[in-house]
Design a protein around this ligand. Structure first.
Ligand code: CP
Ligand code: NVA
Length: 302
C-alpha cells in the first residue's frame, strides 16, 4: 500500500482524476437510491480547520458518515495546534490515531510539512495557494452538465487566488484552455503561469476573455485572511463582475460556476446567481460531497 496525499490536483494523473470523477457520479446515483456502501466502517477522518467553512466541513463530515466511518472536527481554538504544538509533532500523533486527515489552513507550506510527517493520507481542504477539492466538484459538475472539459475554453474572472491556481492545474490535467481576466497586481503566481504558458492567457478585459467561452468562473475578491483589503479590492475589481451582460459574450451554452460563498453585487450579480439555466452553483456545491467521497475511497485504496 502506497501512501498518497492530495495537496494539489497534480497529485493525480489525468486518468486517476477521471476515475475519481466517474466514481463520484456513481456514488451520487447510489445515494439517491440509498444503496448502502460502507467501505469506511471503523475508519476515522481528522478534520483540522484553521479557517471558516460551511461546504467543506459538512461535505467531509456527511461523506465520511455515509461511507460508514466518522469524522472529528478540530479547531485551533481547542487543540494544542492553536497553542503552538509543532506541525511535525501534531502530524505524527494524529496520524497514529485516525485513518485520513483533511486540513484547511493558511500557508501551503504548512500542509506540505504536515503531510511529510503523516502516516495517513492528507487532503488539502484549502490553503492560501490551492483549493483542489473544489476543483473535483467543479469538474464533476461540468461533466454532468456538458460532458468532457477536454478542448473547452474556460475563463476565470477575478483574483489570481487559490481557486485560480487550482484552475491552472485543472487546465493541465483536463486539457482545456484557460483564460484569466484579472486587474494588474492580482495575477496568479507567475511561476505557475510560466509552467503552463501553453494553455493559459492573461487578459485585463473580462469581456475579451469570455468571448466564446464554454465555462465561466469567479470567486470572491477578498479571500479568507484578506478581510482588511475588502474595500480596496472592491475598487480595484470594479468592472470584473460576472453578470448576464458579460455572459452574453460567452458561448450560448456556457455555464457559470462559483465555489461559494458568493458576494452578490460584487463579483457576481444577484440575477446571474439565481439563473439556474446558466449558473450551476448548487450542483457544484452538492458535488463537493460526492467528489470528496470518491477521493477518500481512492486514497484509502492506494
Ligand atoms: N467552497 C468552499 O470551500 O466553501 P466553504 O468555505 O464553505 O467550505
Ligand atoms: N478564495 C476563497 C475561496 C473560499 C472557498 C478563499 O480562500 O477565501
Amino acid at each position: 500500500m502506497a501512501l498518497r496525499h492530495f495537496l494539489t490536483l497534480l497529485d493525480l494523473s489525468p486518468s486517476e482524476l477521471k476515475d475519481i470523477i466517474d466514481d463520484a457520479i456513481k456514488q451520487k446515483a447510489a445515494l439517491t437510491t440509498r444503496t448502502s456502501y460502507e467501505p469506511f466502517r471503523n475508519r476515522v477522518l481528522g478534520m483540522i480547520f484553521e479557517k471558516s467553512s460551511t461546504r467543506t466541513r459538512v461535505s467531509f463530515e456527511a461523506g465520511m458518515s455515509q461511507l460508514g466511518g466518522s469524522a472529528i472536527f478540530l479547531s485551533p481554538r481547542d487543540t494544542q495546534l492553536g497553542r503552538g504544538e509543532p506541525i511535525e509533532d501534531s502530524a505524527r500523533v494524529l496520524s497514529r490515531m485516525v485513518d485520513m486527515i483533511m486540513i484547511r489552513t493558511f500557508e501551503h507550506e504548512k500542509i506540505e510539512r504536515f503531510a511529510a510527517y503523516s502516516k495517513v493520507p492528507v487532503i488539502n481542504a484549502l490553503t492560501d495557494s490551492y483549493h483542489p477539492c473544489q476543483l473535483l466538484a467543479d469538474i464533476q459538475t461540468y461533466v454532468e452538465h456538458r460532458g468532457s472539459p477536454q478542448g473547452k475554453t474556460v475563463t476565470w474572472i477575478g483574483d489570481g487566488n487559490n481557486m485560480c491556481h487550482s484552475y491552472i492545474n485543472a487546465a493541465r490535467l483536463c486539457d482545456f484552455e484557460l483564460r484569466i481576466a484579472c486587474p494588474e497586481g492580482f495575477d496568479p503566481d507567475p511561476a505557475l503561469v510560466a509552467a503552463n504558458k501553453d494553455r493559459i492567457q492573461i487578459f485585463r478585459s473580462p469581456k475579451e476573455a469570455v468571448k466564446g467561452s464554454d465555462w465561466v468562473v469567479t470567486d470572491v475578491w477578498a479571500s479568507m485572511g484578506q478581510e482588511d483589503e475588502q474595500r480596496e479590492r472592491e475598487a480595484r475589481f470594479n468592472g470584473y463582475q460576472v453578470n448576464h451582460e458579460l455572459m452574453s459574450n460567452a458561448h450560448s451554452d456556457a455555464v457559470f460556476m462559483h465555489c461559494l460563498p458568493a458576494h452578490r453585487g460584487e463579483e457576481v450579480s444577484h440575477e446571474l446567481m439565481e439563473d439556474e439555466k446558466v449558473a450551476v452553483v448548487w450542483d457544484e456545491a452538492e458535488n463537493r460531497l460526492h467528489a470528496q467521497k470518491a477521493l477518500m475511497v481512492f486514497l484509502a485504496n492506494q
